[in-house]
Design a binder for this molecule. Sequence first.
Ligand code: NAG
Ligand code: NAG
Ligand code: NAG
Length: 351
Amino acid sequence: MTIKSRTSLAWQLYLLTGFVAGFVCAFVILFHISSINRSVSTRNSAVSMKFEHLQKEFQLKVASVRVLCMVLTCPEYVERFAQHVNATWGKRCSKLVFVSSENYKPLGVVQVVEPEMDSYHDLWNKTREGFRHVWQEYGQDYDWFLKADDDTYVIMENLHHMLSAYDANVPLYFGHQLRIQNVNYMSGGASYVLSREALRRFVEQAYGSHKICPKPDKIGVEDFSMGICLQNVGVHLIDSTRAMTNDDKEKFFPLDIESYLYNSKSALPAWLREMSVSDVNTGPNCCSIYSVAFHYIKPDRMYLFEFFLYRLRVFGRKYVERFPKRWTLSELLEMFPLQNNSKKPFMPVKL
Ligand SMILES: *[C@@H]1O[C@H](CO)[C@@H](O)[C@H](O)[C@H]1NC(C)=O
Ligand SMILES: *[C@@H]1O[C@H](CO)[C@@H](O)[C@H](O)[C@H]1NC(C)=O
Ligand SMILES: *[C@@H]1O[C@H](CO)[C@@H](O)[C@H](O)[C@H]1NC(C)=O
């Protein structure tokens, strides 16, 4: 081998090594850059996927909340009121059942008490019988049971939203919480909601016992009586102001919503502040943006609500939804302990 060919071989080796080293460097750099890009883009898409997933999961959760609405009515009010509940908010219930003292098939009105027993004073019996009927016929098919009157208006989507944080196998009772002496109960006019387990306990343990539950005498105050029964079978009361981790305002209104919005001391009666367990607020910020139920809504105003809530838009306005946190069972029991019912329950004066 000549000197010339040896130098040329070394030269070729240098060239090859340089080439290989350069290639490896370039490859390492390229790989690094691409992996950075990849990890940034996977991180971004992971965030958006997580959000989409959360949103989907939430929609599913809200959609999977099955609510049966039991609306109390009477024969004279089927056409005047009940029919308009059916045409407005009632159509958004998973199941709508009207209970009365006379059947009326076209609207699915079910007779649960005798026709001659349908005055205001019979309201407690009607509510008891209504719940018994609903439990017997539909107890296994629904998670939550709303009791409303035929002059209540309910935003079902907001009810689903609130309930999505809870488990219907826990004995729970939601609404606007009132207290008289040692009895806590949810205002009837504002409507209230029982979990499946609360309704089961009501029907299987309370309904048949006059020690646990007031007799169906001529007691008009169904809501108060219901409170005694439920308190006595270990049902937890959840006032709507404390029901959601992302909102602490009133959601169930026993009185006209206008009286809350109109900021005047005299607009709301003194008993409401005295008996409510939560503070009663007035003025433009009185009430939850996720409000659920309104009392004293006559049919014409049901259609007004429908238009304002489901048709009318404020041009350009977008909403950012906030999701409530789901409690663990131990958090729930700590937040909403059972009421101390060791005293003899206070009974109302017989009317
Ligand atoms: C009740 O509502 C349903 C569903 O919206 C409707 O199909 C039905 O005709 C209504 N019934 C009456 C008697 O208005
Ligand atoms: C309550 O209603 C049931 C069912 O209609 C009836 O049998 C019962 O007599 C009623 N009780 C009272 C006290 O009105
Ligand atoms: C419940 O109230 C009674 C008397 O009102 C009292 O003696 C008892 O200690 C209370 N129990 C609890 C768990 O607070």
